[in-house]
Design a protein around this ligand. Structure first.
Ligand code: PGA
Length: 244
């Protein structure tokens, strides 16, 4: 049984006072495990504050090398040093604005897994993409290149149509299910039954009122949520509504 996961992606939002108020409001009300991926500056404090609770804290990116001359970058070892084990990789905003390509994302995923971290590999098509199912499947094949069965089973995927991110428009649950089931079949070609252990999240304008409709689909194992994860009540409500 794959456990449902609500994962917040705060993007470049929140300062420390608001982040701490969020944790104070959310942690005591969480009955189930959930994840918030916060900006680097907040991670040490949030990680300390959330230790031993049901709230996991994750990062939104990392470099594939452990250390070295990469000005402005953060490595997996640095994240582990402050207790961070989850990391979003290859979000469409990183692909779009920072030139991340499938090869970078694959290298980052392998680096994270080699350190025992859990990557959340993002994929998704733009509105005008021809043959979107095959396009997204090719992103996943590339991201999983040379990842062994054991590591693949621990990796999470977030499938987010680019046109649904931050727009208030969502795929219908049925369309999201079809895409995510296609991704699982793509994983099955390479990993066989291990594909059934990989958690695949939907993302793109998920909020408290629509989360259950996505998570009710057989292949959708959770949600990666941007805007609606910034507010404590809304986040707690989504975690509650993810229990179906
Ligand atoms: P959104 O963002 O929920 O604000 O659409 C989702 C994401 O980018 O992960």
């Amino acid at each position: 049984m794959r456990k449902k996961l609500v994962a917040g992606n705060w993007k470049m939002n929140m300062l420390s006072e608001d982040a701490m108020s969020f944790l104070d409001a959310v942690i005591p009300r969480l009955a189930d495990e959930a994840l918030v991926c916060a900006p680097f500056t907040l991670l040490p404090e949030m990680s300390k504050r959330a230790r031993g609770t049901k709230l996991q804290i994750g990062a939104q990116n990392m470099h594939f090398e452990s250390s070295g001359a990469y000005t402005g970058e953060i490595s997996g070892d640095m994240l582990l040093d402050i207790g961070i084990k989850y990391v979003i990789l290859g979000h469409s905003e990183r692909r779009m604005y920072f030139g991340e390509c499938d090869e970078h994302i694959n290298r980052k995923a392998k680096a994270a897994l080699s350190k025992g971290m859990t990557p959340i590999i993002c994929c998704g098509e733009s509105e005008n993409q021809e043959n979107p199912m095959e396009y997204v499947a090719s992103q996943i094949r590339a991201a999983f290149r040379d990842i062994c069965d054991k590591d693949a089973s621990k990796t999470l995927i977030a499938c987010e149509p680019i046109w649904a991110i931050g727009t208030g428009k969502t795929a219908t649950p049925d369309v999201a299910q079809k895409m995510i089931s296609h991704l699982r079949s793509t994983l099955r070609e390479r990993y066989g039954s291990i594909a059934d252990q990989v958690r695949i999240l939907y993302g793109g304008s998920v909020k408290p009122s629509n989360i259950a409709s996505f998570l009710g689909e057989p292949d959708i194992d959770g949600a990666l949520v941007g805007g609606a994860s910034l507010e404590a009540d809304s986040f707690v409500e989504m975690v509650k509504n993810s229990k179906i």
